[in-house]
Ligand binder design. Structure first.
Ligand code: HEM
Length: 526
C-alpha cells in the first residue's frame, strides 16, 4: 500500500516493529515465550503457571470457534468479550488477554484485528511460522451462539463442531496439535483433569501439553508418537487422545517425523483460523512491511516563528545486507519538494545516521533515523523522498513511495503551543494554524478519536468528537492564521493514559481539503 493510509499504517507498524523505538509493547510482553501475564523480560516469570502467548492463542481460538460456516455468522470478531461467563470459556485468560489488547485499540482498527496481530507475532516469536496478516476484522456488539469444543465432549461432537467452524476431521487434528504445542491445562480451572499440581512456583497448577511449552515446535506430536506424552488431555481426559488418534495417527506421525512440515501446516491452519470471520466482513490484503516509511513526520512553528519539519524515517529489509548494516554508516537523507513543486538541491537534510534509534523486527532488520530541519515558510513543503543506502560506499537509492513521493501538506498545521488536554469533564483545547493566502477557509475541524469502556465486554468502543476550528487571529507568521477548538471529552471517557488517543485536523481551503492526520495525543494538561 501507499503511505499514508490511516487504516493500515498503525497495524503495519505493529506488525513490523517488534522492540525498541515506536514499538507498542506486544513483543516485549511475550519475550521470552514463557512469560506470564503482567511479567516483563527484566522481571522473571512470577510462578503463576500462566503463559501469555498460550492465553492469547486460546482466546483467539475460542473467539473463532463459534463460527458457523453454513450461516456465515460468528468467527474472529471479539464476541468472546461478551462470552467469558460461559462454562465453555473457563478461566481468567480471556479477560486478561482482552485487557492487554484493548489499550492498543485505536480508531483505525478493531479489538479483533489487534488480537489476531498479537497472536501472529506471538507464534512467530516462539519459533513458529510467519503467518500472513490481513486487516479488517469488525468487532461484534453482542454475544454469539455458544459452541466452543469442551474436553468432556465425544469425538463425534468435536468433529461436527470443527466442521461447523469450517475445518474437516484431518484439519481438526492439525489445529488442535498446532494449539496444544504451547501452554497446558490448569488445575484451578480443570480440577477434574489436573490434580496435585499447585505449588508456590506453580500457583495455578499448570501441567503442560509437551516438554517444550515455551517453543512453538512439534514436540506435542513427537511425544505423542514415541509414547512419552505428558498432555493431560491424553493422560487424564480422552479429548486430545481421541482427536489425535482419529485418523489412525497418520497426521500426528507426519507431524512427529517432519518438524518443518508441522511448522508450515500450522502456519496454514492458524492463518485460516485467524481469518475465519463473519461472512459480512471482508478482510483486506496481506500487510507486508514497507521498505521505507515515515514515522510521525510533524510540522510546527518554532518559538521564532519558523516552520520546522521533524520526524523519523524507518528502513526495513530482509536481505543479508540489511541484517549486516551498521546504521551509523548508513547515509539517509530526506529531499523535499516545496509547495510550488520545486525540488532544489538545497532542500535536503544532512545525513541523519548519527540520530538513529534502535528497534528490531521479527520479520527482518530495521533502523529508524531522525530528522529535524527548518523550512522556508513561504516555500513550505508538498512532498519528500528519501535517498539512502546500507553503507557509505554504495550508490543511494531513492525511495519515492511508489512514484509520487511521500505527500506532506503545510496548509493546516497543528500547534503544540496552547494546546492541552483537559481532565475528565474539563475543556481540552487544540490549536492549529491554517495558510491564509489560498482562498477562503470554508470548513475546518478537529476529529478527536479515543476509546472508552462499553457495557458487557472489555473490548473498547471507538469514539470521535468533531469540533469546529474557529478563527482566533494572527499567528507568528504573516502567512498563517490561528484557529482553535475547545471541547469536553466526557461520557465514560476512560483516561487518556489508558487508551490511545489521536486526532485529525481537516481544513477546506479554497475548495480543496487538507488533512493533518493521526496527530499523537496531547500530554500537556490544561
Ligand atoms: C476439541 C478441541 C479442543 C479442546 C477440547 C481444548 C481444550 C483445552 C483445555 C481443557 C485447555 C486447558 C485450559 C486451561 O487450563 O487454561 C486448553 C488449553 C489450550 N488450548 Fe485447547 N482445546 C481444543 C482446541 C484448541 C485449538 C484448536 C487451539 C488453537 C489452535 C487450542 C489452543 C489452546 C492453548 C494455546 C491452550 C493453553 C492455554 C494456556 O496454557 O493458558 N485449543 N485446551
Amino acid at each position: 500500500y501507499i503511505w499514508p493510509n490511516p487504516q493500515l499504517d498503525g497495524l503495519e507498524d505493529a506488525y513490523t516493529i517488534a522492540v525498541g523505538f515506536a514499538a507498542n509493547g506486544i513483543v516485549d510482553s511475550i519475550s521470552p515465550c514463557t512469560l506470564s501475564p503482567g511479567d516483563s523480560s527484566d522481571q522473571p516469570p512470577s510462578g503463576t503457571g500462566r503463559q501469555t502467548v498460550a492465553e492469547w492463542l486460546r482466546t483467539a481460538y475460542h473467539d473463532m470457534a463459534t463460527h458457523d460456516s453454513a450461516t456465515g455468522l460468528g468467527g474472529l470478531d471479539g464476541s468472546i468479550g461478551y462470552e467469558t461467563d460461559r462454562p465453555e470459556n473457563v478461566g481468567t485468560a480471556f479477560n486478561t488477554t482482552m485487557s492487554f489488547f484493548n489499550v492498543l485499540q485505536t480508531s483505525h482498527f478493531s479489538f479483533s484485528d489487534i488480537l489476531s496481530l498479537g497472536v501472529t507475532l506471538a507464534i512467530k516469536n516462539c519459533g513458529g511460522p510467519s503467518i500472513p496478516f490481513r486487516p479488517g476484522r469488525i468487532d461484534a456488539t453482542e454475544a454469539g451462539p455458544p459452541g466452543v469444543p469442551q474436553p468432556t465432549e465425544s469425538l463425534e461432537t468435536h468433529v461436527s463442531e470443527f466442521a461447523r467452524q469450517g475445518f474437516n476431521a484431518t484439519e481438526m487434528i492439525g489445529l488442535v496439535a498446532c494449539g496444544h504445542t504451547l501452554g497446558g491445562v490448569h488445575q484451578v480451572d480443570f480440577p477434574s483433569i489436573v490434580t496435585n499440581a499447585i505449588t508456590p512456583d506453580n500457583q495455578e497448577g499448570v501441567v503442560h501439553f509437551d516438554d517444550t511449552f515455551g517453543v512453538y515446535d512439534n514436540r506435542i506430536a513427537v511425544q505423542y508418537i514415541n509414547g512419552s506424552t505428558v498432555d493431560p488431555l491424553i493422560l487424564n481426559s480422552n479429548s486430545d487422545a481421541a482427536i489425535f488418534g482419529s485418523d489412525g495417527n497418520q497426521t500426528m506421525r507426519e507431524f512427529a517425523g517432519d518438524s518443518d512440515f508441522f511448522i508450515s501446516r500450522c502456519g496454514e491452519l492458524l492463518e485460516r483460523m485467524l481469518n475465519t470471520v463473519p461472512s459480512s466482513v471482508q478482510l483486506g490484503d496481506v500487510i507486508e512491511p514497507l521498505t521505507v516509511k515515515p514515522y510521525q513526520p510533524n510540522l510546527f512553528f518554532n518559538a521564532t516563528g519558523g516552520l520546522q519539519f521533524s520526524g523519523s524515517i524507518r528502513i526495513f529489509g530482509t536481505s543479508n545486507e540489511a541484517a549486516a548494516a551498521n546504521p551509523l554508516d548508513m547515509p539517509v537523507k530526506l529531499v523535499w519538494t516545496d509547495r510550488h513543486g520545486t525540488s532544489s538541491p538545497s532542500y535536503t537534510t544532512p545525513a541523519v545516521s548519527a540520530d538513529f534509534l534502535a528497534a528490531t523486527s521479527l520479520f527482518g532488520s530495521l533502523q529508524f533515523f531522525q530528522f529535524d530541519v527548518d523550512l522556508d515558510t513561504s516555500l513550505g513543503i508538498s512532498s519528500f523522498v528519501v535517498d539512502w543506502a546500507y553503507d557509505a560506499q554504495s550508490a543511494l537509492t531513492t525511495a519515492d513511495n511508489g512514484g509520487a513521493g511521500f505527500p506532506f501538506q503545510d496548509v493546516v498545521v497543528f500547534q503544540h503551543a496552547a494546546s492541552c488536554h483537559g481532565a475528565v469533564n474539563k475543556n481540552s483545547t487544540i490549536n492549529a494554524v491554517i495558510r491564509n493566502d489560498m482562498g477562503t477557509v470554508s470548513n475546518a475541524y478537529v476529529d478527536y478519536h479515543f476509546t472508552s469502556n462499553q457495557q458487557g465486554t472489555l473490548a473498547f468502543k471507538q469514539n470521535t468528537i468533531r469540533t469546529t476550528l474557529v478563527h482566533a487571529g494572527n499567528s507568528t507568521s504573516p502567512l498563517y492564521d490561528t484557529y482553535s477548538a475547545s471541547f469536553v471529552v466526557n461520557d465514560g471517557f476512560l483516561s487518556v493514559d489508558a487508551s490511545i488517543v489521536t486526532f485529525d485536523l481537516v481544513a477546506v481551503v479554497g475548495g480543496q481539503t487538507y488533512q493533518s492526520l493521526d496527530n499523537p495525543q496531547l500530554f500537556t494538561p490544561c
